[in-house]
Ligand binder design. Structure first.
Ligand SMILES: O=c1ccn([C@@H]2O[C@H](COP(=O)(O)O)[C@@H](O)[C@H]2O)c(=O)[nH]1
Length: 309
């Protein structure tokens, strides 16, 4: 069974991309040609529109990205129809050779975490290749995900330093010994990541580190050389391409940069709303936005790795 981190690194090498596109489908921003397909906006109709939207996004970005990252809330809000749209989205992404990161932020007491881990990492219809996990319940909350990922040849990303403005309220709390909470968690994970590294030196246990916090990223990178960062917050949340170099290693590996709204709603740019957008225009705008993001990121990671190496 191929190690997930090795697979990720190989695919990013082949595609010359470390970009992940987030699938955060919000019908308020859908183009009119999709909204017109709904008569009474039932959950079933909305879920069908979400799937149609996601298929266009996936077709547009398939050559530019290594993975898609469905954010679960956007599907759960439409109940069983939404979950079905998620399952079909995952299946469709796989037909295009894309890896899938379920941004579910799960984590509970051990027995419940075991069930979550099976749902997202075993071979059920909602399972992807990686899942985001909340480690703040402690190790019995996240180890079931590590064990399931190891069994299945899959991976996970533990929330370490999230991109949101108030993440410091908890994650940067100073402990009695003077450490910051996120840093202590990183220290606790360091050995586990080292011992689960694949051929390329990276573990299948990664961490979420926001693009909005490059100083923290640099500290964490120093502590966790075997950790792949999943980096949200690039683009609309204020994370800038020029600050991304500290997230990568000297070979330009070690981080996946994620962007959702800036790419999937790029067809709305310069328009009041999506009304005049055709399917072809939507697809082309999304493709262009993904390519531009990929190139901006490559400029930083490949250029800075050349400088460092
Ligand atoms: O620290 C985190 C963890 C997860 N997210 C999720 O990523 C996307 C970001 O969307 P953008 O449109 O690119 O801002 C969204 O699904 C969040 O739930 C995050 O932003 N920060």
């Amino acid at each position: 069974m191929k190690h997930l981190a090795d697979m990720l690194i190989e695919q990013s090498r082949e595609k010359k991309s470390v970009l992940v596109v987030g699938l955060d489908p919000d019908p308020r921003y859908f183009p009119e040609f999709l909204l017109n397909r709904m008569e009474s906006r039932t959950n079933e109709e909305i879920a069908a529109a979400i799937l149609a939207f996601n298929r266009i996004v996936i077709d547009a970005v398939a050559e530019e990205v290594v993975a898609v990252k469905p954010q679960l809330a956007y599907y759960e809000v439409y109940g069983s129809h939404g979950i079905h749209a998620l399952e079909q989205t995952i299946a469709y992404a796989r037909t295009k050779g894309l890896l899938v990161i379920n941004d579910a932020k799960r984590g509970d007491i051990g027995s419940s975490s075991e069930a979550y881990a099976k749902a997202f990492l075993a071979d059920g219809p909602m399972a992807g290749d990686m899942v985001t996990v909340n480690p703040f319940l402690g190790s019995d909350g996240y180890l079931p995900f590590v064990e399931e990922a190891q069994r299945q040849g899959k991976g996970l990303f533990l929330l370490l330093k999230t991109s949101n403005p108030s993440s410091h309220e908890i994650q940067n709390l100073t402990l009695q010994n003077g450490d910051l909470l996120y840093f202590k968690l990183a220290e606790d994970l360091s050995e586990l990541m080292r011992t689960t590294a694949g051929e390329n030196g990276y573990s299948f246990i990664g961490a979420v580190v926001g693009a909005t916090y490059p100083a923290e990223a640099e500290r964490i990178r120093g502590l966790l050389p075997h950790c792949i960062f999943l980096v949200p917050g690039f683009g609309i949340q204020g994370g800038k391409a020029e600050d991304l170099d500290v997230f990568f290693d000297e070979n330009g590996n070690g981080a996946l940069i994620s962007s959702s709204r800036a790419i999937i709603y790029s067809y709305r740019e310069g328009r009041e709303n999506g009304e005049a957008t055709t399917e072809q225009e939507m697809l082309q705008a999304i493709k262009n936005a993904a390519r531009t993001a990929k190139e901006q990121i490559n400029e930083v990671r490949l250029h800075s790795s050349a400088n460092r190496g």
